[in-house]
Design a protein around this ligand. Structure first.
Ligand code: NDP
Ligand code: 2IT
Length: 445
């Protein structure tokens, strides 16, 4: 790492002790920025990186609520408003027991560059809670969301900060959050949250956007070597929002999707994953993937195993951070994997990424490959601002153009910096330069 960057990195680690995922995300970006610091001494002069690493605002709050048996429960809520150089803070909310400040900061930091890459006017932010929705009734989830919003509402707004979904936060949660925001503020402010229901300000294609976008990005990478998804064996981790629609788009492009997973295990279905069945079990019934194999004869369930043990040409990690390590990467390379695109945020460890890059695998980092979700959130904001709603075809066309644009920007930047095909470098540098230029223009704030 460049000496100047190393010094800033050390300072970040010292000031944010124990936040290992945040340190990892900062390291990953800094590894790419050496040549940028050489070319742009004005960024060093203006302390752009030191400022970028320090969130503009970090909010931590108590979320008290009552469970169905009348017991008081206390969770912790977070919103990190990271960087507003390009637009209002924008990024999802994650409800998962593993959430703490370091996770929210890693996600918010990534979001700055991802949002910049989309070319849309959105800054970076992230939030969430250590609340575990698993096994909770609708009424409990509603009471939790209402309590969460009773504090959050004062910090957000369509020109200030626009949350959306992430792990554990989907259409149901956004509905309860929006309802409480509207009640407290007495404003029907559609643009304050994205991922809303279709009948009340949501956008077509937003549910599909992250998964679709990931596959569209991977397809663009494959095309640079004359490849495609047609007839390819694909494996996907997770079986949530991103995974489901990544599988659907891969199938639309002619691929055979063999396997997907949840945090308990994975299923292999040689007949190709029946996506409607996964959606029914996971999204509608809120059940476990184990039930998929119980209902489908062609499928086998492997409890506790790793989905990366299945052979495939394309691997799409769509579950969570650090879910694909060095050993799994080596195994995938030996099994002939050609394309890896991160649908999740930071799912591959740095060691795994190195294995893929050394083996010449086409590798797309999440901040580029999964940007279709937030980009379509920005399209939802556009529709809300103009009180309009677009067709599925038009919105998907916009998403496709955005993903092709991100791909090309990353590829061109990698080439400009003498590392053709290095999408990690391309994404980090292109995203960073866009934010850095805006920060320089806006002075020391
Ligand atoms: P969901 O909550 O819909 O699904 C998450 C999936 O990942 C579930 O199958 C879940 O399994 C699995 N999972 C979650 N945590 C773990 C864990 N610790 N270990 C193993 N498996 C786990 O979330 P999304 O699909 O929305 O998000 C998935 C990833 O994509 C996240 O990294 C998120 O940040 C990222 N992302 C999401 C976007 C969006 O628009 N939703 C946009 C861009 C990125 P189980 O059911 O067992 O918990
Ligand atoms: O990680 C992400 O980009 C998201 N969870 C989506 C954020 C958004 O504002 O749509």
């Amino acid at each position: 790492m460049h000496a100047k960057l190393l010094a800033i990195r050390d300072q970040v680690q010292a000031r944010n002790p124990g936040e290992v995922e945040f340190h990892q995300a900062v390291d990953e970006v800094f590894e790419s920025l050496g040549p940028v610091m050489e070319r742009h001494p004005e960024y060093v002069e203006a302390a752009v990186l030191e400022r970028l690493c320090e969130p503009e605002r970090q909010i931590i709050f108590r979320v008290p609520w009552t469970d169905d048996s009348g017991h008081v429960q206390i969770n912790r809520g977070f919103r990190v408003e990271y960087n507003s150089a390009l637009g209002p803070y924008k990024g999802g909310l994650r409800f998962h027991p593993s959430v703490y400040l370091g996770i929210v900061k890693f996600l918010g930091f990534e979001q700055i560059f991802k949002n910049a890459l989309t070319g849309m006017p959105i800054g970076g932010g992230k939030g969430g809670s250590d609340f575990d929705p698993r096994g909770r009734s609708d009424a409990e989830v509603m009471r939790f969301c209402q309590s969460f919003m009773t504090e959050l509402y004062r910090h957000i707004g369509e020109y200030t900060d626009v949350p959306a979904g992430d792990i554990g936060v989907g259409g149901r949660e956004i509905g309860y959050l929006f309802g409480q925001y509207k009640r407290i503020t007495n404003r029907y402010e559609s643009g304050v949250l994205t991922g809303k229901g279709l009948g009340w300000g949501g956008s077509l294609v937003r549910p599909e956007a992250t998964g679709y976008g990931t596959v569209l990005f991977a397809n663009e990478m494959a095309k640079t070597r004359g490849g495609s998804f047609d007839g390819k064996r694909v494996i996907v981790s997770g079986s949530g929002n991103v995974a489901i629609y990544a599988m659907q788009k891969a199938q639309q492009l002619g691929a055979v999707v063999l396997a997907c997973s949840d945090s308990d295990g994975y299923v292999v279905d040689e007949a190709g994953i029946d996506i409607e069945l996964v959606r029914q079990i996971k999204e509608v019934e809120r059940g476990r993937l184990k039930e998929y194999a119980e209902r489908r004869g062609s499928a086998v369930y492997v409890a506790g195993g790793s989905v990366w043990d299945v052979d495939a040409e394309v691997a799409l990690p769509c579950a969570t951070q650090n879910e694909l390590g060095e050993a799994a990467a080596v195994r995938l390379v030996n099994a002939g994997v050609k394309v890896v695109a991160e649908g999740a945020n930071m799912p591959c460890t740095p060691e795994a990424v190195t294995v893929f890059q050394k083996a010449g695998v086409l590798f797309a980092p999440g901040k580029a490959a999964n940007a279709g979700g937030v980009a379509t959130s920005a399209l939802e904001m556009q529709q809300n601002a103009s009180r309009d709603s677009w067709t599925f075809e038009h919105t998907e066309q916009r998403l496709t153009e955005i993903m092709v644009g991100i791909h090309d920007r990353c590829a061109e930047t990698a080439e400009l910096y003498g590392q053709p095909g290095n999408y990690v470098l391309g994404a980090n540098v292109a995203g960073f330069v866009k934010v850095a230029e805006a920060m320089l223009a806006q002075g020391l704030v």
